[in-house]
Design a protein around this ligand. Sequence first.
Ligand code: HEM
Length: 208
Amino acid sequence: MAQKRGFLNHIRPRGVSEKAMSFGYTFCLGGVSFLAFVVLGFTGILLMFHYLPGEKSGYASVTTLASVIPFGGLIRDLHFWAGQVMVISVSLHMVRVVKTKSYRPPKEWNWLVGMSLLVLTLVLDFTGYLLRGSQESGAAAAVAVHILTLLPGIGRPLAQMFLGGASAANSSTLMVYVWHCVALPFLALWLQMFHFWKIRKDGGVRPL
Ligand code: HEM
């Protein structure tokens, strides 16, 4: 019971500092980032009902989805634009954190969690672009594999693990699909929950 009350107090605390509520301090950029993530989750699930991963089927299913399926184009556009909004809002949120010097102790660990979230956001945006299956996204995948293999030692295994390497286009689109639709979103969701919990643990949003 005490545990349940603790959890409820955590999601709806009794007091929030006035500064945390002031728009001019946070510009609500963390909140906007989370909202974009939620929209991405909903629209992403709807897109998964029609998307078929594969070298040729990826492009064909995206085209069918946008032109034949009712509201398919709208859902695809919403997913795309929410992704771009998230990249911009997460980057601006980081600038705000630098401006208010909120990376200093005791918030230094949450700064590192935030950095991981920024990397995850960019990787999610990039892997989404690869799933289009267009010629441009094929070229982008080839460049990514090439850049990764330039890393000494770990480059090749990383390229194999994330993008399936340079060959076997079908299995690599399946791999990118699983990263983009399952593994990375779950990791990002978990990290965001941890990020929010850590804000409270560090004393809430307030000038240091
Ligand atoms: C998915 C991405 C992210 C989400 C959803 C998110 C969400 C939030 C939210 C809702 C807050 C509360 C205050 C506010 O809105 O500004 C916050 C605070 C914070 N965030 Fe993020 N954030 C993300 C990424 C980042 C990044 C990239 C960094 C830095 C590298 C970062 C570092 C911090 C820090 C240090 C705080 C505490 C700020 C303070 O106490 O003034 N976050 N975040």
